[in-house]
Design a protein around this ligand. Structure first.
Ligand code: NAI
Ligand code: MG
Length: 361
């Protein structure tokens, strides 16, 4: 008997429900094709939860997530809630859910589809074959360190502190090694060890645990150099692991290699196999309700879920191949179309990918 996996579905606001519906369509098709079995439990989250429950992250939704094996999230936010107080803002729910679920790392793949490589601002020959993933530490470093103002000898001073302990570094680096083992087995650890003490601890930790992963080839890259190499030789990277602020910047840089925000998936992980999977894009209020959003980012997030949480590698590969097939055949949603008049709707794109799975399996 196939083990039933519990999926918490929090579709959220704007295009969230539209793209999540297509991802579920694809999951249901993989149940038939690969003998998988999922149980979906839906929860309110974000603006819609504020409207109905008076809080962006209701306790009930949190419970649904905690008893699930993985979470599929759409997007939250929109102009309706922009002027709310902090506790009543959808984004506060996002930070809350990451914290409550202990998700300390964020993974963002940047994959360049050959047929879309002219969508990027970089030269196609530079992008060819790019398929990398940035693993960013999410709950430590300078964003969370002590911050204050004081009066100094030359006037007002502002102080931000960057703190990492060895436990925080070790858990994310181990996770990155494990991700690399499931991919092309290359890990680039990015730091600024020539000047920062936290980076020296980072590098020592990587070197100390590297022998536990003898099949993974490790490279240390200084962050400024990495910023350059991402533009010069993006296809040479497999997994990049780095601390919070460097990861924030580098993951956005890597995202732009691919051209469209409607294509980018992400995973947030904690200890163990549990993870939260979501598109990188937001709720796109400008196109919400029109049925034109690109569902591919959310569908590719399902492929990540299969690979990283469930070890369903074959089904994950099939989803990625199905997406590629459908794009190679010239099918486009509005955000990636050259001729908008020919653009497909959200459900048409979802149907094509779900149908292509059989051939890609
Ligand atoms: P956004 O990503 O929602 O939209 C930026 C632009 O990209 C828009 O023109 C939108 O139409 C387009 N776009 C985004 N996803 C698309 C898709 N799947 N298909 C086609 N076009 C797509 O970012 P924006 O406009 O800055 O934020 C809108 C709302 O979303 C805000 O309330 C923001 O706080 C929230 N947001 C939520 C996130 C999350 O839930 N993780 C992440 C980013 C923003
Ligand atoms: Mg999102």
């Amino acid at each position: 008997m196939t083990e039933v996996k519990k999926i918490a579905v929090i579709a959220g606001d704007g295009i969230g429900p539209e793209v999540v519906a297509e991802a579920i369509k694809v999951m249901k098709r993989t149940e038939e094709l690969f003998g998988l079995k999922f149980e979906f439990e839906h929860g309110l989250f974000g603006g819609v939860a504020i409207d109905e429950k008076g809080t962006p992250l209701p306790q009930e939704t949190l419970e649904i997530c905690k008893r699930a094996d993985a979470v599929l999230l759409g997007a939250v936010g929109g102009p309706k809630w922009d002027n709310n107080s902090k506790e009543l803002r959808p984004e506060t729910g996002l930070l809350g859910i990451r914290k409550e679920l202990g998700l300390f790392s964020n993974l963002r793949p940047a994959v360049v589809f050959d047929c879309l490589k002219d969508a990027s601002t970089l030269k196609p020959e530079v992008l060819e074959g790019t398929d990398l993933i940035v693993v960013r530490e999410l709950t430590g470093g300078i964003y969370f360190g002590e911050k204050f103002r004081r009066e100094g000898a030359y006037g007002e001073e502002a102080v931000d502190t960057c703190v990492y302990n060895v436990t925080e570094v070790e858990r994310i680096v181990r996770q990155a090694f494990e991700v690399a083992q499931k991919r092309r087995k290359k890990l680039a650890s990015v730091d600024k060890a020539n000047v920062l003490e936290t980076s020296r601890l980072w590098r020592e930790t990587v070197n100390r645990i590297a022998p536990d992963y003898p099949d993974v080839e490790v490279e240390h890259v200084l962050v400024d150099n990495c910023a350059m190499q991402l533009l010069r030789r993006p296809s040479s990277f497999d997994v990049i692991v780095t601390e919070n602020m460097f990861g924030d910047i580098l993951s956005d840089e890597a995202a732009m290699l691919t051209g469209s925000i409607g294509m980018l998936s992400s995973a947030s992980l904690g200890e163990g196999s549990f993870g939260l999977y979501e598109p990188v894009h937001g709720s796109a209020p400008d196109i919400a309700g029109q049925g034109v959003a690109n569902p591919i980012a959310t569908i590719l997030s399902v492929a990540l879920m299969y690979r990283l949480t469930f070890g369903y590698g074959e089904a994950a590969d099939a989803i990625e191949r199905a997406v590629k097939q459908v794009l190679d055949a010239g099918n486009r949603t509005g955000d990636i179309a050259t001729d908008r008049a020919q653009a497909l709707s959200t459900t048409e794109m979802g149907d094509l990918i779900a149908n292509a799975l059989e051939g890609a399996a």
